[in-house]
Design a protein around this ligand. Structure first.
Ligand code: NAD
Length: 368
């Protein structure tokens, strides 16, 4: 049994709930990390290999992300053990049972994450009244459909041009994980003149030095195809995607994919972290020493939660996109300029700013 207290510090976690419902074989974990700024928002992830540690680390990333974005929300996260490819009817049954189990945890608002989607958030709303990332028909702003996070990554990289030698026009990009985040990031970056030269999903990886036709690749994925069976480009070992020469490398799949073992192989100018917690601290130290600019996860991929918060507070899609642009532009600019001035890494600067905001919010609250 993993001991959650080994991760506890001055920010949290506030509560960790293990959920078991034998009637539907539901096994899930909810971590509410910190609610000083307001009720926590964080995604519900479904996968077979999730863990309590991963759930806590993702909840902490949400605390920092929401604070960095100046949202009136704390951080939480939930994980549900199960194969995301299970039949839709079984998945809905599990998610409804999860929503029922957390119905009294008033300071947790469920959002979509890997393995869950807008339709499932509608089920959560139906059961306990608290979810974001809803379908349009019930007043939602479908953040994955409009590509809120991919849009934010694109804004972050536009700002990075001012602080590095990166020029998006004519640049080569690699995307690991061609789901909601990866697809939209590739689509938005293509509008800036970037070429997608390497891409992967859970079935395999491919490269095309002259660039894939992003619209055709999107159509292939939407028709149910995989990267491995796509006609253009050539197949490579998934583990070799890390070393593909490019200007921007975007992790947009699982945690802990950039490690101290493979970071020396990276051949990029910039890593823009679409996925949450994709790199270890040791890996980021190696990248910093090698002069590779890392735009940290809780800054670069905040587009989704900013969109979710705008939806929760009854804003429109236009307001959501404008808010993503404004917040990510000003945060990335502030972090990269302070990092350039002080020589600290962008993550160290961002941690300092977000941590300070959370601690200040905690001082405003005296519940006991
Ligand atoms: P998704 O389920 O839509 O897509 C995930 C993609 O990753 C799929 O294409 C899947 O095949 C692929 N994948 C899974 N395992 C892989 C592996 N080992 N190697 C290569 N590809 C693999 O999920 P998503 O919503 O795009 O989220 C991706 C990541 O971004 C997650 O870490 C998530 O927490 C993070 N994130 C998502 C959002 C959002 O708005 N959706 C916001 C912030 C952060």
């Amino acid at each position: 049994m993993e001991d959650i207290f080994q991760y506890a510090d001055d920010l949290g976690p506030e509560k960790v709930i293990e959920i078991y419902d034998p009637s539907v074989s539901l096994k899930a974990i909810l971590v509410v990390d910190n609610v000083a700024a307001g009720p926590s928002i964080g995604g519900l992830r479904m996968a077979t290999d999730v863990s309590k540690e991963e759930c806590f680390r993702l909840a902490r990333a949400m605390t920092l992300k929401n604070a960095m974005a100046g949202l009136p929300h704390g951080g939480g996260k939930s994980v549900l053990f199960g194969d995301p490819a299970m039949p839709a009817v079984d998945k809905e049954r599990l998610v409804r049972a999860f929503a029922y189990a957390v119905k009294d945890v008033a300071d947790y608002i469920t959002g979509p994450d890997m393995g869950t989607n807008e339709a499932l958030m509608a089920c959560v709303k139906d059961v306990n009244g608290r979810s974001v990332g809803l379908p349009r028909e019930i007043g939602g702003i479908p953040l994955d459909e409009i590509g809120a996070t991919g849009y934010g990554l694109n804004v972050a990289l536009q700002v990075a041009q001012e602080f590095s030698e990166l020029r998006l026009d004519g640049s080569a990009i690699v995307v690991q994980g061609f789901g909601s985040v990866g697809q939209h990031a590739a689509r938005y970056l293509a509008t800036q003149g970037a070429r997608l030269v390497g891409v992967s999903d859970s079935h395999g990886a491919r490269v095309a030095p002259s660039g894939f036709d992003v619209e055709a690749l999107l159509a292939h994925k939407q028709a149910g195809g995989n990267i491995a069976d796509y006609a253009a480009g050539k197949t490579i070992e998934a583990a070799d995607l890390i070393a593909v020469e490019c200007d921007v490398w975007i992790p947009a799949a699982r945690p802990d994919v950039i490690t101290e073992h493979n970071a020396p192989r990276m051949n990029t100018r910039v890593v823009a972290q679409g996925a949450n917690i994709p790199a270890s601290a040791a890996a980021e130290r190696i990248l910093a020493e090698r002069g590779i600019l890392v735009i940290p996860d809780f800054v670069a991929n905040a587009g989704g939660v900013i969109c979710a918060a705008v939806e929760y507070h009854q804003g429109s899609e236009t307001q959501a996109m404008a808010t993503i642009e404004e917040k990510i532009r000003s945060n990335v600019s502030a972090i990269l300029s302070r990092a350039a001035r002080t020589g600290a890494t962008p993550r160290a600067v961002a941690l300092e700013i977000a941590g300070e905001r959370v601690r200040r919010a905690m001082e405003y609250r005296h519940t006991h």
